[in-house]
Structure formats: structure tokens, C-alpha cells
Ligand binder design. Structure first.
Ligand SMILES: NC(=O)c1ccc[n+]([C@@H]2O[C@H](COP(=O)([O-])OP(=O)(O)OC[C@H]3O[C@@H](n4cnc5c(N)ncnc54)[C@H](OP(=O)(O)O)[C@@H]3O)[C@@H](O)[C@H]2O)c1
Length: 295
């Protein structure tokens, strides 16, 4: 391997410590930032994410509430839960863990969250603010974490060609919007690719910074990467592995070993983008608590 490893665990920890220091400062003003996480159903991956979010929150000195609703919960019951959290002054930030069970209208659910508490940044009001470069927007935690990782690792985005593979509302689209904004971690030239993009390898090979978020294990191979590119692997995939006690291993969307041999820097999976996502969620909750002082 020749690429430098971008250590999301260490960078995420540093951000969490900064957040914890700010939480202690707010405590002196009588404010304890509070995050509510709502989980509907039993999806095993979601349960893991929700647990780590709650734990990280408590470690930063924040108030953490996890609401677990059964699979059979009706959409109206979920909306009523959101209304209650919207009205709760101890809750500054809230998120509804996605994906929601089949039959629920996630757009409607996400729109019900008070935009001032929308720490995932998925409410159209925050999406609009992000697109227009309004600094009060809540930035979706995964792309925000990737941007912080680039900034804190000294990777210049200004003038760079960033190629993003994946156009989801959670990762690809907000990532593109962050990278084209003016300012630190921005000013990039951005190409967004998706399943209909023609000759994907010819596009990804143009990247100075390649961000892959498609959810397909080890899809991005060395021949898709220009020598010296920075590669950010967002994917989290479970692949069967009978040699492991739990029967599977986690891997990203990038074939790590072969791509690390040509890239200049790369994120591992696990330990790359994932820990940055949690750190930025805490940062957004802090921002929401600070916002509540001026509201
Ligand atoms: N580390 C973290 O904190 C974190 C956070 C969020 C997500 N993730 C992971 O990141 C991955 C992507 O998540 P997501 O929510 O963005 O996924 P998603 O909503 O399923 O979107 C996947 C995107 O990839 C595109 N795509 C799929 N196959 C492709 C192909 N062969 N070539 C080019 N584009 C292709 C799709 O294109 P179309 O739009 O044309 O269908 C779509 O835009 C997943 O593994 C997820 O678990 C990780």
C-alpha cells in the first residue's frame, strides 16, 4: 500500500472532544444539548447505528433519548412522536433513522421535523439553505464529515476535480453541494455519477478526489482510479465470511488493497467515513442547541 490512510476514527475523536468542550461551556449557561433518535422497526444495521449515536451523545455530555417504535407503528403515530419532540424544550436535535419500514412516506415524515431541530439536514428548508450556501443550514452528517476529513487532512479541494459516484439525498447530492460552495473544503469542480452514467471508469479516472457512495461491495477497482487520487469510500457492506464468528465482514464500495496501491490517500472501512458521520451529528446537535439560545 502506498496511499496515506485517512483515519476517521482519530479525526472523529478530535471533533468529538471539541464538541464535548463546547457542551461543557454551554452547561455553564444552563443548556444541555439534547438529541432524540427515533427508530422504527428492527433493522439490525439501524439498531447498531442508533446505539452508537446515543453512546457518542452521552460521551460528549449531551442529553440523549432513543425512541424505539415497533415495526407495526402507523405513520400517524410516528408523526405524533415527532410533534412531541418538536415541542420538547430538552430536545434540540432529532433524527428519524432511515430506512423507514415499507409503506411509510419518508418525505412526509422528514418534513414534519422542525427545521431548527433537523440535525440530519434532510428537511427541504435545510436542503435549500445548503444549496444557496446559507451557513445556518444543518449539513447532512456524512458529506459534512467527509468535507471535514479533507480539510483536516490538508487535502486541497479548491480547483480540484471531485467525482462523486452516487446521487442519493443522504450522501451524493449534499456532497456535491458542499464541494461547490465557496470557502474551505469547497471551490471544487464537481461531477456526479450514478447508475445511468455512461462509461463510469472514464469519469472516475478524471478525479483528483473520488468519493464512492453506491452500496456495492468493492465495486471501485484500481483501473477506475487515477494514480495519486484521493479516494473516499462511503460504502458499508456486509459480505459473508464464514471465518468470522459473526459470519460476515464489513467492507466498503472500494477494493481497498488494490486501490490503496495507486491512490495518494484513502479511507478504510470500517474506521473512515463512519466515525466522521457520528462526530458531525454531534456537531449539528451542538449547533441546534446554540441556535435555540437565539430563537
Ligand atoms: N459511512 C457512513 O456513515 C454512511 C452513511 C450513509 C450511507 N453509507 C453507505 O454508503 C452507501 C451508499 O448509501 P446511499 O444511502 O447513498 O445509497 P442509495 O440511496 O442506495 O444510493 C446509491 C446511489 O448509487 C448509485 N449506483 C448504484 N449502483 C451504481 C453503479 N453500478 N454505478 C454507478 N452508480 C451506481 C445509484 O444510482 P441511481 O440513482 O441511478 O439508482 C444511487 O444514486 C451504502 O453502502 C451505505 O450503507 C455510509
Amino acid at each position: 500500500m502506498t496511499a496515506k490512510l485517512l483515519d476517521g476514527k482519530a479525526l472523529g475523536l478530535a471533533i468529538r472532544q471539541e464538541v464535548a468542550a463546547d457542551v461543557a461551556r454551554l452547561a455553564k449557561a444552563g443548556i444541555k444539548p439534547g438529541l432524540a433518535v427515533v427508530l422504527v422497526g428492527e433493522d439490525p444495521a439501524s439498531q447498531v447505528y442508533v446505539r452508537s449515536k446515543g453512546k457518542a451523545c452521552e460521551e460528549a455530555g449531551m442529553h440523549s433519548v432513543t425512541i424505539r417504535l415497533p415495526d407495526a407503528t402507523s405513520q400517524d403515530e410516528l408523526l405524533a412522536t415527532i410533534d412531541r419532540l418538536n415541542a420538547d424544550p430538552a430536545i434540540h436535535g432529532m433524527l428519524v433513522q432511515l430506512p423507514l419500514p415499507k409503506g411509510m412516506d419518508s418525505d412526509r415524515v422528514l418534513r414534519r421535523i422542525d427545521p431548527r431541530k433537523d440535525v440530519d439536514g434532510f428537511h427541504p428548508e435545510n436542503v435549500g439553505k445548503l444549496v444557496t450556501g446559507d451557513p445556518t443550514a444543518f449539513r447532512p452528517a456524512t458529506p459534512y464529515g467527509i468535507q471535514q476529513m479533507l480539510i483536516r487532512s490538508g487535502i486541497e479541494t479548491s480547483g480540484a476535480h471531485a467525482v462523486i459516484v452516487g446521487r442519493s439525498n443522504i450522501v451524493g447530492k449534499p456532497m456535491a453541494n458542499l464541494l461547490i460552495q465557496q470557502g474551505p473544503g469547497g471551490n471544487a469542480t464537481v461531477t456526479v455519477c450514478h447508475s445511468r452514467s455512461r462509461d463510469l471508469p472514464s469519469l472516475t479516472r478524471q478525479a483528483d478526489i473520488l468519493i464512492v457512495a453506491i452500496g456495492k461491495a468493492e465495486f471501485c477497482t484500481a483501473d477506475m482510479v487515477r494514480t495519486g487520487a484521493v479516494v473516499i469510500d462511503v460504502g458499508i457492506n456486509r459480505v459473508d465470511d464464514p471465518s468470522r464468528e459473526r459470519g460476515y465482514r464489513l467492507c466498503g464500495d472500494v477494493a481497498f488493497e488494490e486501490v490503496a496501491a495507486v491512490a495518494s490517500a484513502i479511507t478504510p472501512v470500517p474506521g473512515g467515513v463512519g466515525p466522521m458521520t457520528i462526530a458531525m451529528l454531534l456537531k449539528n446537535t451542538l449547533q441546534a442547541a446554540e441556535l435555540s439560545r437565539t430563537a
